[in-house]
Ligand binder design. Structure first.
Ligand code: GDG
Length: 472
């Protein structure tokens, strides 16, 4: 029976080296949740890097056997490969370019070569698992070349590709020395999915201008095949967040936080450390709020969680310093013995504490400079059982296309951000409930399960259309 193979840079399980041996831990990412129900069924599987550098062949064999029991196949990478392909080309070249940070990307032929080599490694690992009838679903910017590599080896396979980050304007893509190879790599798929219609349009325009391939209603005709392009906004596991926020564990955390904060109102900010997330701009806006509205001092705090990420990279280390300094300056200027303006945490929180924070906060500030979708915005909405709470959302997050009932802001306009914070803090309950219930209906309906189902259905449709064309 044909099966489905999911491919992403990381597997949904992390393998860690501990003093007691190797430990296998599930990762809690949205992707693992959304696709968990697919890859565990009917002989399906997941191919990706397990997050560990293996020491010898026997360890490699052990990891392979353990993962196979949970339908996963590892791609083993060396430290050098992770440095060049992942930290280098993926996060040092593609990530800044695709998020419109045009001055940051590194253009280095050696990193590009590593990217090609590792995509080939993934290709071999997938081919070792895939039969000609199987469906292969490739994920994200680390594997842009993989669809075409798979296509060359398996001309008739059903191949889907989904990009989790923005696809930028042609004007940025054209700067990349390897722009043709990257676009051609993606075009190996039968269906290419993006979070929004805007990203899809940018992709179609890049393909038209750089490869000379026009499209009709999202269908690109290459010399040999046709490729369908469409938008699939990713959702969350709504019930999981709604239930977690209502759970006893989360309530106990809320009580504990309330006792410490007394009646201070909470604005929440949660992100990985990343220059795309607009963390420093958010701090400046909060400082401006306290300056413009002195009556709020002592009554509102910003609770800021920054999850450590990529801090080996220089840009991330200097961003961390900037945030530390801003928090220090705001707290030094405004704090009193009994009130702290910014509660800043540089670490990840366990899931039930996170659920407690979503429940506790009256306002969530989700104001990235650019963000493919942003799941934090949707998780906050799902957590508000009483429908009270205000979401402040950047117009440049993919989620803004769906969550029109949020307060939509330009994240670089500090004045507008400060005013949106004020508006959120004085918003009448009825208006909060109205906006929140509209957003909840949407996030509940277009959840992560609907997302993966829609993509798979559309992929099957794209393939049928191709077969019809081939036999016509
Ligand atoms: C990429 C795209 C796109 C955060 N802090 C903690 C924690 N988290 C969880 C959140 C959320 C996830 O991490 C972050 O997801 P985002 O979507 O916000 O952002 P990226 O990691 O940049 O993801 C993005 C996404 O892919 C999916 O396509 O939306 O645009 O950049 O689920 O809850 N989880 C726990 N503790 C924390 O402290 N447990």
């Amino acid at each position: 029976m044909p099966k489905t193979i999911i491919v992403s840079n990381r597997l949904p399980t992390k393998v860690l080296r501990t003093p007691d041996g190797l430990s296998f831990q599930p990762s809690e990412g949205g992707l693992a949740t959304g696709l968990g129900s697919i890859y565990r069924q009917d002989g399906n599987m997941w191919v990706g890097w397990p997050g560990l550098f293996v020491e010898d062949e026997s360890e490699e064999g052990f990891v392979r056997t353990q993962l196979a029991e949970d339908s996963m196949a590892p791609v083993f990478l060396t430290e050098q490969e992770i440095h060049d392909y992942y930290e280098g080309f993926s996060n040092g070249t593609l990530w800044p370019m695709f998020h419109y940070f045009a001055q940051l990307p590194v253009f280095d032929e050696a990193l590009w070569e590593a990217y090609v080599t590792v995509n080939q490694k993934f290709c071999q690992a997938v081919l070792a698992q895939a039969g000609p009838e199987d469906t292969i679903w490739v994920h994200d910017y680390q594997l842009l070349l993989l669809p075409q590599m798979l296509r060359a080896a398996r001309p008739h396979s059903t191949i889907g590709f989904f990009l989790h980050i923005p696809f930028p304007s042609y004007e940025l893509i054209r700067i990349l020395p390897w722009r043709r190879e990257l676009l051609e790599g993606m075009l190996g798929a039968d269906l290419i999915g993006f979070h929004t219609f805007g990203y899809m349009r940018h992709f179609l325009s890049s393909v038209a201008q750089l490869l000379g391939l026009p499209n009709q209603h999202g269908r690109i005709e290459t010399p040999t095949r046709s490729v369908l392009v469409d938008a699939f906004p990713m959702g969350i596991d709504y019930e999981r967040y709604a239930q977690a926020a209502a759970s006893e564990a989360a309530q106990a955390h809320v009580q504990e936080y309330r006792a410490a904060l007394k009646d201070v109102r909470v604005i929440l900010s949660i992100d990985r450390l990343d220059y795309t997330k607009g963390i420093a701009q958010r701090l400046r806006a909060f400082a401006l709020l306290l300056q413009r509205y002195p009556e709020l001092r002592g009554h509102v705090s910003l609770l800021m969680v920054v999850v450590p990420s990529r801090d080996q990279v220089a840009q991330y280390a200097s961003l961390k310093e900037e945030i530390d300094e801003l928090v220090g300056r705001i707290n030094a200027q405004y704090r009193t013995i009994s009130w702290n303006p910014v509660h800043y945490f540089y670490r990840a929180f366990p899931f039930d504490e996170l659920a407690g924070l979503y429940r506790l906060a009256e306002v969530a500030m989700v104001t990235p400079m650019r963000d493919g979708m942003n799941l934090v915005a949707k998780e906050f909405v799902a957590s508000k059982a009483d429908q009270r709470g205000v979401l402040i959302l950047s117009e440049r997050a993919g989620a803004a296309r769906e969550l029109a009932d949020a307060l939509i802001v330009n994240p670089t306009d500090t004045g507008q951000l400060a005013e949106a914070l004020h508006e959120a803090l004085v918003m009448p309950d009825e208006e909060q409930e109205h906006r929140m219930s509209n957003m909840q209906a949407l996030v509940k309906r277009y959840n992560v399960f609907a997302w993966s189902r829609l993509f798979m259905e559309r992929l099957a449709y794209a393939k049928t259309q191709q077969l019809n064309l081939a036999t016509a």
